[in-house]
Design a protein around this ligand. Structure first.
Ligand SMILES: Nc1ncnc2c1ncn2[C@@H]1O[C@H](COP(=O)(O)OP(=O)(O)OP(=O)(O)O)[C@@H](O)[C@H]1O
Ligand SMILES: [Mg+2]
Length: 214
């Protein structure tokens, strides 16, 4: 099964990926948890390029770097793992491209859909959990995590995180549109709930999905 997590930075994706990985492993599943961009040596180098705050990258360049990293990860790691019957949990996948580069940066959505299809080799997640949080709440989490005074720009944030509050508002609206267009795949969860409440919602969806496909 391919399970993906989406949401703006700080929404709680990594926290839930780890919890779900443990849950599935305890049930005897082989689980691979990966984050995007990254996951292969080349994809990790692309990640460095994308997140380094000193790098000045155009929106199209950014799009293609994310796509290149995804193509590596899908072909070298994700597809082989799924073919072996393992579960793969992804911390971000192509919905991030639609939300960030499409709704956030304003790139053409039809063009993005085509690039997403190419980069993911037409792989579609079985289920996607979108953790919904306002950019203000997300930023507060980030700064309290790093014990920093609250500011909307900081050297402590990476290049994507320093894109500004309006950018993140557009990204969040984008995620809502993507969720509305894919109601059978994307499950929207209020990210203000506690980590264990969110986890419970996630595992009940996963268990229901496993029963349906068994
Ligand atoms: N449900 C929650 N309620 C309150 N705080 C949370 C919750 N989930 C995670 N956190 C805290 O919020 C911060 C961000 O969480 P996490 O790293 O899981 O988010 P993320 O979506 O993976 O962020 P990024 O996109 O930056 O990797 C961490 O300090 C984490 O402990
Ligand atoms: Mg994370």
């Amino acid at each position: 099964m391919l399970i993906t997590f989406e949401g703006i930075d700080g929404a709680g994706k990594s926290t839930q990926v780890m919890k779900l990985k443990r849950y599935l492993q305890e049930r005897g599943r082989e689980v691979l948890a990966l984050r995007e961009p990254g996951g292969t040596p080349v994809a990790e180098e692309i990640r460095e390029l994308l997140l380094e705050s000193r790098n000045d990258i155009t929106p199209v360049g950014e799009l293609l770097l994310f796509a290149a990293s995804r193509a590596e990860l899908v072909q070298q790691v994700i597809r082989p793992a799924l073919e072996n019957g393992n579960d793969v949990i992804l911390d971000r996948f192509y919905d991030s491209t639609t939300a960030y580069q499409g709704y956030g940066r304003g790139l053409d959505l039809d063009m993005l859909a085509e690039i997403n299809r190419i980069a993911s080799c037409s792989l579609v997640p079985d289920v996607t959990f979108y953790l919904d949080l306002t950019p203000e709440d997300a930023l507060m989490r980030k700064f309290s995590e790093k014990s920093l005074p609250l500011a909307f720009e900081s050297e402590e944030l990476d290049r994507m995180e320093n894109s500004g509050l309006d950018f993140y508002r557009r990204v969040r609206e984008g995620y809502h549109k993507i969720g509305g267009e894919n109601p059978n795949r994307i499950i929207i969860i209020d990210a203000l709930l506690s980590p264990s409440e969110i986890h419970r919602k996630i595992i009940s969806s996963i268990d229901a999905l496993c029963t349906k496909t068994a």
